[in-house]
Each structure stands twice: as C-alpha cells, then as structure tokens.
Write a protein that binds this ligand. Structure first.
Ligand code: IPM
Ligand code: MN
Length: 354
C-alpha cells in the first residue's frame, strides 16, 4: 500500500483544530482509495516559541523535504507576539527555505448561495490564481533609517527576478493548458506605476508565445479587483506577483464564499510542498470547537491532488461540495452552530455516501 508521510504543523489559534479535521477527512478518503497517510505532528508556532524561544530549527527545515512528502499547515499568527514575526519565521521561512515558488489558489464557488455577488453561479466563479511566492515585497530587503527621529526613513524593496517571473508565468500557462475548461491566462500587475514590473510584461509576452493556443490577457491590479467583482466569469488563470496576489486572493476568497472555504497550496513542482487554508489563526475562537475546518479540508484536497492521488482528491472535493450545496452546514463562518469536529463528521459522512 502506498504510504505518504505528512508533516502537520497545526500552529496557532484555530490552526490545530482545523488541521485535525482536515487530516481526518484526508485519511477517510485515503482508506477508500487504498493508501495511507502517516502524519507526524510538529509543535511549531507561537506557544512553542513562547515556551522555548525557538521558531523552526534549521535542522527541521532541512529535514522537511527529506522526511516528508507534504507539509500541512493550519494557521500562524498570535497577538502576544510582535506582528509578522512568527509569520516570517515559520510560513515565510518554509516558503522561501523550500523554494515553494508557486502559491496556487483556486477561486471556486462550490454553491450559488455562498456567493455575495447577485446572480452568480458556480460556473461564473471558477478560476485559479497563480501567485508568485518567493519574491516581491516579501523578501525583507530594506529597513528603517534614523528610526524614531523626525528624519526617519523606511524602505521596503519589491524585487522581481527573471527566473522568478518566468517560472510563475510558465506554471500559469501549463495550468491553462492542462485544464480543459480554461482558455485564457491574465497577467495582473501595476506596471504603469511600478515600472520595474515591466519584467513581468516582457516575460509574459515571451513565455506566452510558446502557448499559441492560449489567450493572453492583462489587467492592472486595481482594475482586476474591479473586474473580479463585476465579471468574475471572465477569468480562468491569473498570474500575479506576490503582494498583489496576496490581496487579490482575499477578494477572491470572498466571492467564493469567504475565508471558511478558501484553500491554497505552496508548491515547488516535484518537491515536498505545503498546503494551508488561506484564513488566519482567529485566536478568539481557539479551543472552542467553533472554527469551520472546510478551508483546511479543501487544502487537504489540494494536498492529495499534488501527491498524485487524483481520484481521492476528486472524491474529497465532491464531499465538500455536497455538504455545501445541500446546505447540511447552514453557514461557513464560526456561527454555523456546528462544532469543528461535527463539520468534519459531515464531510466524512458525505465521503462514505459516494
Ligand atoms: C497569506 C498570508 C501571509 C501572506 C501572511 C500571514 C504573511 O496573508 O498566506 O496569504 O501575506 O502571504
Ligand atoms: Mn493573505
């Protein structure tokens, strides 16, 4: 029997609870499809840092791609710690350290009633955002000069390498080529105001020439936000630099029903990659068994797809869809009246019906 080794970093706030349910659902489909998930829980996150002073040891970071087939991350972020510190030391460190250069974010409306846009149906909100994941304003290049004085200056660099743009753009075209219902790739940037992003314009044109059958399209980030609300049906695959991709996919999450359902994959194709819900750690709901684990379950579905268990992944996706379409779960926020574990049970019941 095939066996996959999964590193589970539950992390902060609601992270451990949603991780538990996501992996329980993944195991339920694994059993049906004849493979095994061997999960090892890793303790990293804010509690661990506050107790030990340690974030993610170098040796552990190095072991991740050797000892595991995938990493599942619940959520990171804690109000007791300086903003961004633990996010940088754990999420960004894994993204950068393992060179997970693609942030793959499907924007998929499972059921019409979840969409805040009037009259939009599941087929209208169905796109994949390819967010570049290792460059841009996230590298930490820059700093603060004359801090706290009247002459203080703060600098944050946005960097784009040809290699970084090219591999993201190429991945986007490959997704468009592979998924039959997609015919277009849209590059989203702000190259009119940020002229350095001309590197994206040129790379997109050059790489795009290798994909003559795929339509090429471009939108500035401000207009893309507008179009995503006005005409979401227009988009198929979007490729976007890191920071704008971060923002655009929160907007995307809303039109697919909210943070309760949005999932993402941090990929280095062919290597150990990391899967996580888009939502944060929601510390106020910690340990209350109220958080909705569906986004984490959807992230587990992406994990199954990525490790090559396509049938199991489709099976899990259909179970999530059924729970939502048939409104077995009244809402996808923390006020559904269903416990985190009960939502896991709903999905597992749907898995067994198929
Ligand atoms: C995300 C998050 C992260 C990001 C934060 C936690 C650093 O918002 O995964 O979208 O900005 O990438
Ligand atoms: Mn984000």
């Amino acid at each position: 029997m095939a066996e996959y080794r999964i590193a589970a970093i539950g992390g902060d706030g609601i992270g451990p609870e949603v991780t538990r349910e996501a992996l329980r659902c993944a195991r339920a489909v694994a059993e049906i499809h004849g493979f095994d998930l061997r999960v090892e829980d890793l303790p990293y996150g804010s509690d661990h840092y506050l107790a030990t002073g340690e974030f993610l040891p170098d040796a552990v970071l190095e072991s991740l791609p050797k000892d595991f087939d995938a990493i599942f991350l619940g959520a990171i972020g804690d109000p007791r710690i300086e903003p961004g510190l633990v996010e940088r030391q754990i999420i960004a460190r894994i993204r950068f350290g393992l060179d997970l250069y693609i942030n793959y974010r499907p924007i998929l409306l499972y059921s019409e009633h979840l969409c805040p846009l009037k009259g939009r149906r599941p087929e209208d909100v169905d796109m994949i955002v390819i967010r570049e994941n290792t460059e841009d304003a996230y590298t930490g290049l820059g700093g603060i000069f004359k801090r706290g004085t009247a002459d203080e200056i703060a600098v944050a660099e946005m960097i784009y390498s040809r290699k970084g743009c090219e591999r993201a753009v190429r991945y986007a075209f490959e997704v468009a080529r592979k998924v039959e219902r997609f015919k277009r790739v849209t590059l989203v940037d702000k190259a009119n105001a940020i002229r350095a992003q001309d590197i994206w314009t040129r790379t997109f044109a050059e790489v795009g020439a290798e994909y003559p059958e795929i339509e090429k399209d471009h939108a500035y980030i401000d207009a893309a936000c507008m179009w995503m609300v006005k005409n979401p049906d227009f988009f198929d695959v979007i490729v976007v630099p890191n920071l704008f991709g971060d923002i655009l996919t929160d907007l995307g999450a809303m039109i697919q029903g909210g943070m309760g359902v949005a999932a993402s994959a941090n990929l280095h194709p062919g290597r150990t990659s990391m899967f996580e819900p888009i939502h944060g750690s929601a510390p106020k709901y910690r340990d209350q068994n109220r958080a909705n684990p569906l986004a984490a379950i959807a992230a587990a579905q992406l994990m199954l797809e990525h490790i090559g268990e396509t049938a199991a992944s489709t099976h899990l996706e259909q179970a999530i869809r059924r729970v939502l379409v048939e409104r077995r779960l009244p809402s996808v926020d923390a006020r559904s009246g269903f416990g985190t574990d009960q939502i896991g049970d709903l999905v597992i019941a749907a898995i067994h019906e198929q």
